[in-house]
Design a protein around this ligand. Structure first.
Ligand SMILES: Nc1ncnc2c1ncn2[C@@H]1O[C@H](COP(=O)(O)OP(=O)(O)OP(=O)(O)O)[C@@H](O)[C@H]1O
Ligand SMILES: [Mg+2]
Length: 393
């Protein structure tokens, strides 16, 4: 039998010897055979107990094989499979563990697949600027807020779409009183960026005033990361504190006329994460989860209606520009819960979103036809008549 040496400490092998018969191999994760270094007896015992063997060093310096659970061998195999893991510093290991176990932090009410969610968490813990994209009512704001909550760090929310005066929202107001003279009353945003580790949500950033984008440009630039208090005079700047993460939401897409095309330069500063449209199954699961007291058959219909409109909007020459959003289906389900019928809920929430001009060829007529397929009011009467359609025009 060959002698073990110190370099072998920690080696884990799996033996192939389970009976008296064969003199089996004892291979490590990389496939190297250590049979010559292990007595037959030890190999056989390990094989019969289905345990692995590991080289350890005794306090007196002697080296020997110890029987360890097979999971140790599996672990060494995994470590070999992803080479970075072999030399992971403990901080990195913590980061990895956090990212890859983070799916449990996603609220049940948010539908987002595991990879996307983990990418979101990863981008945040790596200090990237994140831009949530996706169509209207697809959960961008919801996902951003869920992230803010999951991270358990100081958080600040700014609705950029609603700000008319970007300077006062992002920088502050110049004040004057006779004793103090002129001074700047700093905005909440100034406080936010000076808070180490803060997560700052810039909701509806694409709808913000272009002045806001200009002010944010250096703030979001990894090489600059400061806020200029006075654009003109090249005065004081405030540095963004360590570990601050920005997460923005975009409303890009032709459905929003109020949305200005976000400057390419600004967009470049973000990692983009797109919210997917839910398929009918995901949608009805969500509705059933949110409204357990509403009949599932009706909720399924709502999900199917939404799904059909989405598919249509993705067609090459679609009859409607936009599908019904998840926000709208949740609204419909809420109305059903409050005793409204599907016909009524559709009337209130869906139809107003579709243009009625063009009569029978209108978007609204098309959507009505889809809805009608799912409505069974007991009569054979059509939901709407030709005359009604004409009057819509
Ligand atoms: N992926 C989703 N998972 C769960 N709920 C969703 C999802 N998408 C939309 N919803 C529902 O729709 C509502 C609106 O979502 P949210 O405000 O996040 O959309 P948004 O993408 O930010 O829309 P907008 O483009 O109008 O800003 C949510 O409150 C939720 O009920
Ligand atoms: Mg939003």
């Amino acid at each position: 039998m060959k002698q073990l040496n110190k370099q072998m400490v920690g080696t884990v092998v799996k033996t192939a010897t389970t009976s008296r018969s064969a003199v089996g191999a004892a291979i490590d994760a990389s496939g190297k055979d250590y049979a010559d270094y292990i007595s037959y007896q030890v190999r056989r015992n390990a094989g019969q107990r289905n345990s692995a063997l590991k080289v350890i060093e005794l306090p007196n310096g002697d080296l020997k094989w110890r029987s360890v659970p097979m999971s140790e061998f599996d672990k060494s195999e995994r470590a070999l499979a992803s080479e970075e893991v072999v030399n992971v510093p403990s901080e990195q290991q913590e980061m990895l563990d956090f990212i890859h176990s983070s799916y449990s932090l996603k609220p049940r009410s948010l539908v987002m697949n595991e990879l996307k969610w983990k990418h979101l968490i990863r981008s945040a813990v790596r200090g990237k600027n994140i831009m949530m994209t996706g169509s209207a009512g697809s959960g961008k704001t919801m996902a951003a807020k869920a992230l803010v909550k999951a991270l358990d760090r100081p958080d600040y929310v700014f609705n950029m779409g609603a700000t008319q005066d970007p300077r006062s929202t992002l920088i502050g107001n110049v004040q004057f009183n006779p004793e103090a003279g002129t001074w700047l009353s700093e905005s909440l945003f100034v406080k936010a960026i000076q808070t180490p580790g803060a997560v700052i949500l810039l909701d509806e950033l694409t709808r913000a005033h272009p002045d806001a984008w200009n002010i944010l440009m250096p703030v979001l630039d990894q090489g600059q990361r400061y806020l200029r208090l006075d654009e003109k005079e090249d005065q004081a700047t405030i540095n963004v504190a360590k570990g601050v993460t920005f997460i923005a939401t975009a409303n890009i897409g032709n459905e929003y006329t109020a949305t200005r095309a976000l400057d390419k330069a600004l967009l470049d500063r973000f990692t983009t994460i797109e919210m997917d449209l839910l398929n009918d199954e995901e949608e009805s699961d969500l509705l059933a989860y949110m409204f357990p007291h509403v009949q599932t058959t009706v909720l399924n219909d709502v999900a199917k209606i939404a799904h059909l409109t989405r598919i249509e909007s993705l067609n090459e020459s679609p009859r409607i520009d936009n599908g019904i959003s998840t926000r709208t289906s949740v609204e419909i389900a809420g109305l059903l819960y409050d005793g409204f019928s599907l016909v009524e809920a559709a009337e209130i929430t869906i139809y107003p979103q579709y243009d009625a001009s063009g009569g029978v060829d209108s978007e609204r007529t098309f959507v009505k036809q889809i809805v009608q397929k799912f409505i069974n009011d007991g009569s054979d009467e059509e939901l709407f008549t030709e005359a009604e359609m004409d009057s819509d025009a």
